[in-house]
Design a protein around this ligand. Structure first.
Ligand code: F3S
Length: 404
């Protein structure tokens, strides 16, 4: 359905007329065009924004020029806005082998965002440091794993925005009312029955891949209602969200007892059963490398919680890693790790914090042969983008792999 017009408020009309400057005008034009494509009847105020397309490795010069133009056009955020990971650790990029030339470009990207009032904290887990919407709040987030987490675990409402539409929402404070902002599109459309035991992040990542692959290959877009998942930690859920979004393009699922609005829904008639052999097959697909081949180890896709960093410190205390080992997290969580003494322990082992960035968006294509990780999403992109073979292992085993 395509609406011919969108009902704009007088304030939104004044943005369209350019009364708040060219950047705000461009922003509302983008949102109006998007709303018309998807049949939105009006705009909705958003309480927070999370912007993707931050790494210069993905943006390139054309993307940077667009950001600089929006900043020069007087763009200013109207709501709390944070960023997805950038292409480098802003304070410690040299230790990660990132060139000075790349750093110059990456700093220009961040300067453009900063000029527009964006909080330049670069992370895919903004909900771990204060960009934490409440149940029912409308937001405009871009990172697929965070979008899935916000919709499915927090019960906030967001479509998966692109970089430009998220920035446009930040500069106007609104987003078109369509997709997952509306009740009718949040109904489950597929009942997934899980008959498998799920304990560690790779189990949840494999579940996301098993469901996601089936949705992509056989079914098309679906909102799954997932039965049979009794327990999941915050860390399991962020891993699952990253995986089901990567492999199935899923932005919203319902798990009874986890998804705040799931009680309002009955299981749909269309059913998919995922059993232990589906989980094992999904894992084996992501195990292309032998232990001997691994020359790179990375934890933190999505960005690590403080609890995960604490565990890394426990397992690395008094030991030396023998491989390049990146610990990826947000700067605020790293700050807590510093205060708790975890950073000192981890860095004494030779492992490196890769704060503000990750093993996928940093410019490291072809630099390593094979990567060990606990993240199904990281395995997918390590191979697809960076041409690394992969080993998907439980969290503690990833750390052991770094020590061998
Ligand atoms: Fe986050 Fe990078 Fe993974 S953005 S979800 S750590 S690919």
């Amino acid at each position: 359905m395509t609406a011919l017009t969108i009902n704009l408020t007088s304030e939104q009309k004044s943005l369209l007329e350019g009364k708040a400057g060219p950047a705000a005008q461009k922003a509302i034009q983008i949102l109006e065009a998007l709303g018309k494509i998807y049949g939105a009847e009006h705009m909705l105020p958003v309480s927070s924004v999370q912007i993707s397309g931050v790494s210069y490795d993905n943006l390139g010069e054309a993307g940077l020029e667009w950001l600089a133009e929006m900043a020069a056009g007087g763009g200013k955020t109207r709501v709390f806005t944070t960023l997805n990971p950038s292409g480098m650790d802003i304070e410690n990029y040299q230790a990660l082998g990132i060139s000075e030339e790349f750093a110059v470009h990456q700093r220009r990207v961040l300067a453009a965002f900063e000029a527009m009032g964006v909080v330049t904290t670069c992370s895919c887990t903004p909900y771990l440091f204060g960009n934490l919407p409440r149940f029912g709040e409308h937001i405009a987030w871009a990172e697929s794993s965070a979008v899935c987490y916000a919709n499915s675990v927090l019960g906030a409402r967001t479509n998966r925005e692109g970089g430009p539409s998220a920035l446009a929402a930040a500069l106007t404070g609104v987003t078109p009312a369509y997709g997952f902002h509306l009740d009718e599109n949040r109904q489950p459309t597929l009942h997934v029955i899980v008959e498998a035991s799920l304990n560690e992040n790779p189990d949840f990542g494999a579940l996301g891949k098993a469901i996601g692959d089936r949705i992509q290959a056989l079914l098309g877009n679906r909102v799954p209602l997932i039965s049979g998942v009794e327990e999941a930690s915050l860390e399991n859920l962020k891993s699952f969200c990253a995986s089901i979004a990567t492999f199935g393009g899923v932005a919203l699922f319902h798990i009874p007892s986890i998804t705040p609005e799931s009680a309002a829904h009955q299981p749909p008639a269309e059913t998919l059963v995922i059993n232990q052999s589906d989980i094992d097959l999904a894992k084996s697909d992501l195990m292309g490398a032998s232990a001997d081949e691994v020359d790179f180890v990375s934890l933190g896709c999505p960005h690590l919680s403080l609890r995960e960093i604490q565990r890394i410190a426990q397992l690395l205390e008094g030991k030396r890693v023998k491989k390049e080992f990146w610990i990826t997290t947000s700067r605020p969580v790293k700050g807590m790790a510093d205060r708790m003494g975890y950073t000192e322990v981890i860095e004494a082992s030779g492992a490196k914090f890769a704060t503000d960035t990750c093993c996928v968006v940093a410019p490291i294509q072809g630099r390593f042969k094979a990567m060990a990780t606990d993240s199904a999403k990281a395995c997918y992109y390590a191979f697809a983008k960076n041409k690394f073979k992969t080993r998907l292992l439980p969290f503690d085993d990833v750390i052991k792999e770094a020590l061998q």
